[in-house]
Write a protein that binds this ligand. Sequence first.
Ligand code: ADP
Ligand code: AMP
Length: 215
Amino acid sequence: MINMIFLGPPGAGKGTQSAYIIRDYGLVQISTGDLLRQAVKDQTPLGKEAKVYMDAGQLVPDSLIIGLMKDRLASPDCAKGVIFDGFPRTIAQAEALDAMLKNDLKTEITQIISLNVADELLVERAVGRRSCPKDGKVYHIKYNPPKVGGVCDLCGTTLAHRDDDREDTIKNRLKVYHETTSLLKGYYGNSGKFTEVDGEGNPDDVYVKIKRILG
Ligand code: ADP
Ligand code: AMP
């Protein structure tokens, strides 16, 4: 049973690597960013509240995120094992996750993988990121372009550019990562389950290193 956390700054490749892991290990991916973007699209009260923070590249308050995760973890598919992508981002979220897994699901985190990529590359990756609004498949205009410009290979839908993938917002998001989220390396560092992976190679090479950790 694998319950892994992908730590890493925005654009590090967490979503891209999660797709490979889902294919090979049959895990469920929970991306708080994806859950929030869906809530924004659906114009739910949570979505309306979260949007202000997301547009500014700031973290959405812990209470909202922890509630969102508690609801998502109540779904039976989580018993397959989970990839936590973009969560936790604060120590309070990490503590809440430990408690939810222990008390509600009688399980625990098995691996924490931190994907490391230099800031200059992260800005380029995020600015060039495009995704399919229908199936969520992620592309990059230079590193992973679709076969036909601007449309999804799988379904032909016009690809979207995230509002928060503009250069100024990304810089804020990277600042928040370095000031807050990277502290989680200290939180998990001595757990015996924490590994840092260089995320700068091509996606297949990065995945080889991740597979070695997952076994
Ligand atoms: P995250 O989920 O960590 O925010 P993504 O997986 O969405 O990151 O990747 C961000 C962008 O970088 C996407 O456009 C993706 O296609 C591209 N990308 C992901 N991994 C790599 C890589 N190893 N090399 C080059 N580009 C990559
Ligand atoms: P992501 O898709 O992971 O890059 O997240 C996009 C945005 O959603 C972030 O910049 C935050 O505003 C918000 N967000 C996603 N996950 C979290 C989280 N765990 N805690 C706080 N805010 C989050």
